[in-house]
Ligand binder design. Structure first.
Ligand code: ATP
Length: 440
């Protein structure tokens, strides 16, 4: 059998639209730049990824979760450095008014959009935060920002969480939530969005222990991506040479997307920068008190941060799962999404062979039973071959067909998505069969 991987992002984008994973935001109005909506299958896939992350990160003794507000006191962003530093260098083309990140293009070359030479303005810094107004009367209202990262919601709650949960350093705080960046050159489908979701964890540690904890979290986080089914040869480490103002070490987990290697997760040693800044700007003492027998030590903890874009992890899972089999062979060509069953949006499809009441009676009863345990689909429309193709394209691990023999032998045919092997299984054993294979 011939098989190929995903060749271009546009093949994936069209599958995602055709099958209900991802739609362009406000599509009937022509779309809104780099904002995307999750369709019924996309939200299921994304929820599975979020649940796996949440379980891996918070079902442990030393990490707890929070869900902070998107809007925060404006001084937070002054303290964090975002108001002064969270910008990209921007140039405009004077001819076509196109906008580009100055660090992404050759300023001496022709404009990539209109081809004019020498048409770029001088680079200027462009802050990536979205501003909005808070308060009913515009003239009296204050400017607030849509958060560009979830981390600050954790830093400002450090003492609340530490004291209420009686946590001792080292411990972590985890969060999943939306973040917003007015990116200059978004694109590559959902790789770079203006509204996206982050899954972040800040791990508070004693100063001086950061190298050890960095190693520990690097290992845990790489393992997580592999356990979701990403192929190891498409994952690699990238160490930052130029560090952000808050970091003393930074590594990215990169994935090989169709457009090249790209950052999926950052693991940063953020020192005590953020807590120190918030202590200074808020005037509140954010020190941690460590008591060991009679010795009392006070310090501002250091932080190891793991920060993964939920949508980027989802994009990697989609790219990795995509296979085109038997290309050009009309009878046998198929696209199959080889999701790890843990992340697959639909785990099982129940397909009555024909629209006949006695077949449907058995099939709906089976479907209702399966639905109690797993996200399942019932599909009655079209030929069985077409229905299998649809389930292959949405990555459903198992299809169960109820046929006329079922009425006599009380058994069904279960088809495996990857091998396409079909097995005859007694109805009474279906649940056990699925439990054994889905292991969820
Ligand atoms: P880049 O260099 O790609 O702009 P970054 O280094 O600024 O990204 P971080 O601030 O470290 O990214 O954000 C942590 C994670 O959030 C990234 O690894 C990525 O997965 C995700 N992320 C950041 N920006 C976006 C975006 N515009 N769209 C989707 N995901 C994003």
């Amino acid at each position: 059998m011939k098989e190929s991987n995903l060749k271009s992002m546009s093949d994936l984008a069209s599958l995602c639209k055709r099958r209900g994973f991802i739609f362009q935001s406000s599509e009937i109005y022509g779309g809104l730049g780099s904002c995307w909506d999750m369709g019924p299958l996309g939200v299921e896939l994304k929820n599975n990824i979020k649940n796996l992350w949440w379980k891996a990160m918070t079902y442990r003794d030393d990490v707890v979760g929070v869900d902070a507000a998107i809007l925060m006191h404006p001084t937070v962003w002054k303290a964090s450095g975002h108001i002064d530093n969270f910008s990209d260098p921007l140039v405009d083309c004077k001819q076509c008014k196109g906008r580009f990140r100055a660090d992404n293009i050759d300023l001496n070359a022709a404009c990539p959009t209109c081809g004019t030479k020498g048409s770029f303005t001088e680079p200027r810094e462009f802050n990536l935060m979205f501003k909005t107004q808070m308060g009913a009367v515009e003239s009296e209202s204050s400017t607030v920002f849509l958060r560009p990262e979830t981390a600050q919601g954790i830093f400002v709650n450090f003492l609340n969480v530490q004291s209420t949960m009686r946590k001792k350093v080292p411990f972590g705080i985890a969060q999943i939530g939306k973040a917003f960046r007015n990116e200059i050159t978004p694109g590559n489908f959902i790789f770079r969005m203006r509204e996206f979701e982050q899954m972040e964890m800040q791990y508070f540690i004693k100063p001086g222990t950061q190298a050890d904890f960095m190693e520990k979290w690097k290992e845990i986080r790489m393992q997580w991506h592999k356990e979701n089914g990403l192929r190891p040869e498409r994952l690699r480490w990238h160490e930052h040479e130029k560090l952000a103002h808050y970091a003393d070490a930074a590594f990215d987990i990169e994935y090989e997307f169709p457009h090249g290697w790209g950052e999926m997760e950052g693991i940063h040693s953020r020192t005590d920068f953020d807590l120190k800044q918030h202590q200074e700007f808020s005037g509140k003492n954010l020190q941690y008190t460590e008591q060991d027998g009679n010795t009392v030590e006070k310090y501002i903890p250091f932080v190891i941060e793991t920060s993964v874009g939920c949508d980027r992890a989802l994009l990697a899972v989609l790219c990795d799962a995509y296979r085109l089999e038997n290309e050009g062979d009309k009878e046998n060509e198929r696209v199959v999404m080889r999701f790890n069953p843990k992340v697959a949006p639909i785990k099982v499809a129940v397909l009555p062979l024909m629209k006949k009441p006695d077949l449907e009676d058995v099939a709906t009863k089976l479907f209702k039973d399966i639905q109690k345990e797993y996200m399942a689909e019932y599909d009655l429309s079209g030929s069985i071959g077409k229905r299998y193709r649809r389930q292959d394209e949405i990555g459903t691990p198992f299809c169960i067909t109820v046929d006329f023999d079922t009425l006599n032998d009380q058994a069904v045919t279960i088809r495996d998505r990857d091998s396409m092997v079909q097995e005859r299984i007694p109805l009474a054993n279906v649940q056990a069969y699925l439990k054994e294979r889905l292991k969820i």
